[in-house]
Design a protein around this ligand. Structure first.
Ligand SMILES: Cc1ncc(COP(=O)(O)O)c(C=O)c1O
Length: 468
């Protein structure tokens, strides 16, 4: 049977043709399929540094780093070369058959080097969701082997995001996800998020609220029964939930409570890892020492799928010395090309001093610029942590009153951002950014100009519509 030869298609299609083919065949993640088919996707064709171009050749400032991942920016030759070299040498071999490849071993070494000292072991996956599935299996296995099989319950947080597989979506606290497909799976429960703007009492300082929010964990542990609780999982800074930076008191108190009840502490570093917060890992910025860390995204700057779990000494010792065979893993655990790209990515982060660049240079600068947005009539709160930022749109600043959610003011603002050549995400009425770590101060100025313009246009909209 002969295979029909086809000319390369990319150059030959118009935007309309791409949109029609997309609508006919491609079911997008987290998307209303019919609505998108009617509207047509925006076709992104290339990227360079912090910018993208679409199929109409519009230049766009990507203030979301793709999806919180392109930390070193687009078009980095050393990552491209690493992939190409490894593909030529050995495009794939597995780690199941008592075998390993040089890039997977070297990456394990480098990850142990850049992680807090008690992380000396890694389990590889291809995504953050798979990483969190691994967390569920690993913590339950840990307690089984430790002779406490009744410790099954894992506590997450409302509005937390830990991925979209059955276990990932269950650990997360997104009500829309739980509403589809009978989630969460058994033995996963949630507490409220440390979101001062939404949940803090009018007379409560952020730090007081942080302690209260952490103690919701203690209440939950006591109500479940401490002898049944396996682990608590959280993102150091909640990303997809709206860049919710917890008060400084929150994580140390969470750590104290986990220690008190001997509950494993898991930091989901899928967004916060690899320099995003101004340290290699978010737990270092937020001041806690987890037993396990999930990572993905920034490990390879999104150039190729890769994720995993950093396993702290406490858990590793039990699993290695007493665990026997751990019946879990993926075809692509330790994929050599993905690991080679991650090695090049981490080398580049080191070479460009990006962690320090975020901590001492662009992070503080973005924080100053975001604080200035508080003067805007629509802005009720701004928060940043490293290169993550949030702007809360409100109807009434003093009362911390938001617009009716049905008005979708955040989506209006996001529409203006898109039209102005800026990718900024809306989580309800909370506008968020996480630009590539290579961003410069002049580029932050450019981003701020576009954010202000979009906020002004949104303000004009709400006036015209009589919502304010
Ligand atoms: C904190 C966190 N954990 C897990 C995930 C899931 O990662 P993936 O989409 O690679 O499965 C995400 C994705 O955004 C995330 O933000």
């Amino acid at each position: 049977m002969s295979i029909t030869q086809q000319a390369p298609r990319t150059a030959t299609r118009s935007t309309k043709e791409w949109q029609q083919a997309d609508a006919r065949h491609f079911l997008h993640p987290f998307t209303d399929f019919a609505a998108l088919a009617k509207k047509g996707s925006r076709i992104i064709t290339r990227g360079e540094g912090i910018y993208l171009w679409d199929s109409e050749d519009n230049k766009i400032l990507d203030a979301m780093s793709g999806l919180w991942c392109v930390n070193v920016g687009y078009g980095q030759q050393s990552l491209i070369d690493a992939a190409s070299k490894q593909m030529k040498e050995l495009p794939f071999y597995n780690a199941f058959f008592q075998t390993a490849t040089p890039p997977s071993i070297e990456l394990a070494e480098v990850l142990a080097e850049i992680s807090p000292a008690h992380f000396q072991h890694v389990f590889f996956t291809s995504s953050g969701s798979e990483g969190n599935d691994t967390i569920v299996r690993m913590v339950r296995r840990y307690w089984d082997v430790s002779g406490k099989p009744e410790r099954q319950v894992i506590i997450g947080r409302h509005n937390g995001y830990h991925g979209s597989t059955m276990a990932g979506a269950s650990l997360g606290g997104m009500s829309g996800m739980h509403a589809q497909g009978g989630l969460p799976i058994p033995n996963i429960t949630h507490i409220e998020q440390p979101h001062w703007f939404e949940l803090g009492k009018p007379d409560q300082t952020r730090d007081e609220f942080g302690l209260q929010a952490a103690r919701w964990l203690e209440e939950k542990i006591l109500s479940v029964g401490p002898e049944k609780v396996a682990a608590f999982i959280g993102e150091p800074v909640q990303g997809a939930g709206g860049v919710i930076v917890p008060p400084a008191t929150y994580w140390p108190e969470i750590q104290r409570i986990c220690k008190k009840y001997d509950v494993l502490l898991v930091s989901d570093e899928v967004i916060c890892g690899f320099g995003r917060t101004g340290e290699w890992f978010g737990c270092e910025t937020l001041g806690f020492e987890p037993d396990l860390m999930t990572f993905a995204k920034g490990v390879s700057s999104g150039y190729i799928p890769l994720g995993g779990v950093m396993v702290g000494d406490r858990v590793a010792k039990v699993l290695i010395e007493q665990g026997g065979e751990f019946n879990h893993g993926f075809t692509y655990s330790g994929h050599p090309v993905a690991c080679a790209v991650a090695l090049a990515n981490i080398a580049l982060i080191r070479q460009l001093n990006l962690v320090s660049h975020v901590k001492h240079n662009v992070g503080p600068y973005m924080a100053e610029q975001f604080a200035l947005l508080n003067e805007h009539p629509l802005v009720g709160e701004t928060q940043t942590c490293g290169l993550m930022g949030a702007v809360q749109i409100v109807k009434d600043k003093a009362a911390r009153q938001t617009f009716d959610a049905a008005l979708e003011v955040g989506m209006l603002c996001r529409g203006h951002c898109f039209d102005n050549g800026l990718i900024m995400r809306a989580v309800g009425d909370r506008m968020i950014v996480a630009p590539p770590l290579v961003i410069s101060k002049p580029q932050i100025d450019e981003m701020m100009t576009l954010i202000r313009r979009s906020l002004d246009q949104t303000l004009a909209d709400v006036h015209v519509r009589g919502w304010l």
